[in-house]
Design a protein. Structure first.
Length: 277
């Protein structure tokens, strides 16, 4: 058994404290989502369209940078260190992640903020429920990404990898704050009380620690597949960016604020990953 930096290993498998660290890592973005949702108690109306574009663009930039520095590059390095051809699991897992989110997008009814009609199969669910589902789908790959980063650090007992996982959790958490507001304020506009809008907005992020824990459990049992799992999370995140965040950041009249938000988010996440990782 090896004990290092609060990680405990036995026969190469992750046990005990790793789960606590992963829960804490994936729980931070959830906490930030809840804090963002609390904005509904202080604002009577929705935030302006330009600010919303900046927030959406920023989230997209963070997720793009995280997909590259925190997921795809480690996936390639992990594969090559195991004697594999690095680009095969990176590309294969990436495509599988895209397919997974496309499938969820197809089979689950959901409604994006500012959209007139819901997507997916027809459903009797209320608009408020469909709004929460849309953001929940968005949060699934984020939770997987954070959980897998902590699992990778645990498998290698590497302080630098643990710091990189922490940087990823911080980056995802930062962009989750405006995301929480972006769901609770529209819910308030749909007629929900401030308390219920906050509750539903915050709970939209609960899938992050859930899928973070699941990712750690899976990764601990099938360590050789870690490159595939990392790139899978990257593909799922990039699908959200391209299908949802970037188009919504450029809705309405022509403006560069969404583009600047993307660039700002990318730079922030890159700095976090390089400086802390």
């Amino acid at each position: 058994m090896i004990i290092k930096n609060a990680f405990v290993y036995k026969n190469g498998k992750i046990i005990r404290e790793d789960y606590d660290l992963s829960v804490g890592g994936a729980g931070f973005p959830f906490l930030m989502t809840a804090l963002g949702a609390a904005v509904v108690f202080f604002f009577k109306e929705r935030i302006s369209s330009n600010i919303q574009r900046i927030f959406l663009g920023f989230a997209a930039g963070v997720m793009i940078a995280a997909s590259v520095w925190s997921l795809l590059i480690p996936a390639i390095e992990e594969a090559e260190s195991a004697g594999q051809i690095g680009w095969i699991p990176a590309a294969g897992g990436f495509l599988l992640g895209i397919g997974f989110l496309m499938l969820l997008d197809y089979i689950l009814p959901h409604l994006h903020p500012d959209a007139a009609e819901p997507e997916g199969p027809s459903s009797p669910w209320k608009r408020s429920t469909l709004l929460v589902l849309a953001v929940t789908l968005h949060n699934i790959p984020e939770g997987m990404a954070v959980g897998l980063s902590f699992a990778l650090a645990a498998q290698h007992a590497d302080p630098a990898m643990y710091t990189a996982a922490l940087a990823l959790a911080i980056g995802i958490g930062i962009q989750n704050f405006p995301e929480g507001a972006a769901i609770s304020l529209p819910l308030r506009q749909e007629g929900l009380s401030r308390g219920r809008a906050f509750l539903y907005g915050g709970l939209s992020g609960i899938v992050e620690p859930v899928f973070g824990i699941l990712a750690v459990l899976v990764a601990g049992g099938i360590q050789p597949l870690m490159p595939w799992l990392l790139s899978f999370a990257a593909g799922a995140m990039m699908y959200v960016v391209v299908e949802e965040l970037i188009p919504e950041a450029h809705l309405g009249e022509h403006s560069n604020v969404g583009t600047l938000g993307v660039m700002g988010g990318f730079v922030v996440m890159m700095i976090l990953d390089v400086a802390l990782g």
